[in-house]
Design a protein around this ligand. Structure first.
Ligand code: 5GP
Length: 189
């Protein structure tokens, strides 16, 4: 069966670290590289972290119906999953894993209710999330406020996910996710 794993969380809750751990420990998983219209950060690589398309190219792909899902996550910042990306992963007999925002995650789960396991990683508190975003140092103060406002909204949507893991300790969170996903992948429907 073609399977998908969605990992969603408010920005800064630790989901990227969890996804890296899972990719290292479950060979069957293949990361679905999203497309986005924002500028590349210094530590990012085009075609690895994202396909960095300009706004115009992103919009023309929307017109071509090239996206499984897409969203304007922040004002004039578009993110989306290309259909071709998921097809490529399934062709390799692999399971696609998504590091994606909450609305996108719910959207994918709705399109593949049986084939998809959706996991929400929750920060222990909003205070802790603010600390983590400040520590990360990749975002401007104004962007941190925008991300925190969005995070609050996203926490309210966690019920739409199959599983919620509260990330108090990264190691424990990673191990929980690992076990859930292994069970899901090995279960032959
Ligand atoms: P960042 O700019 O911090 O890399 O990502 C901003 C937000 O966009 C994150 O919440 C991230 O999960 C989300 N995102 C990344 N890829 C996708 C995607 O393909 N679709 C949607 N809907 N959101 C995405």
């Amino acid at each position: 069966m073609r399977k998908l794993i969605v990992i969603s969380a408010p920005s800064g809750a630790g989901k990227t670290s969890v996804v890296h751990f899972l990719l290292k420990n479950i060979p069957k998983l293949s990361f679905s590289i999203s497309a986005c219209s924002r500028q590349k950060r210094e530590n990012e690589t085009d075609g690895e972290d994202y396909y960095f398309l300009g706004v115009d190219e992103f919009k023309s792909k929307i017109k071509e119906d090239a996206f499984l899902e897409w969203e304007e996550v922040y004002s004039n910042q578009f993110y989306g999953t290309l259909r071709s990306e998921v097809e490529k992963i399934w062709k390799k007999q692999k399971t696609a894993i998504f590091d994606i925002d909450v609305v996108g995650g719910i959207n994918i789960k709705n399109q593949y209710p049986d084939e998809c396991l959706s996991i929400f990683i929750s920060p222990p508190s909003m205070k802790e999330l603010r600390n983590r975003l400040n520590k990360r140092g990749t975002d401007l103060a104004k962007d941190i406020e925008i991300r925190l406002a969005k995070a609050e909204e996203e926490m309210g949507q966690s019920k739409a996910f199959d599983v919620v893991i509260v990330n108090r300790d990264l190691d424990t969170t990673c191990k929980k996710a690992l076990s859930l996903i292994n069970n899901f992948i090995n279960y032959k429907a």
